[in-house]
Design a protein around this ligand. Structure first.
Ligand SMILES: [Zn+2]
Length: 61
């Protein structure tokens, strides 16, 4: 009844590393999670800074 399988490789989960079968699969899952979180990077920040520097010197009241 409490037999779960590793979501990474499908092997029976280990009591210590559940729901994964091993530490390795646990890290794999963590890696996937982090990679997904990094899928939304702030790439425009660099451009924004550049734009502001240029813009700042040109407009004076
Ligand atoms: Zn596994």
């Amino acid at each position: 009844m409490s037999e779960k399988t590793c979501p990474i490789c499908g092997k029976p989960a280990d009591a210590i590393h559940k729901p994964f079968c091993s530490r390795r699969c646990r890290l794999v899952d963590l890696n996937r999670w982090m990679t997904g979180a990094y899928a939304v990077p702030a790439v425009e920040e660099d451009d924004d800074e550049n734009w502001e520097t240029v813009h700042d010197g040109r407009e004076e009241p």
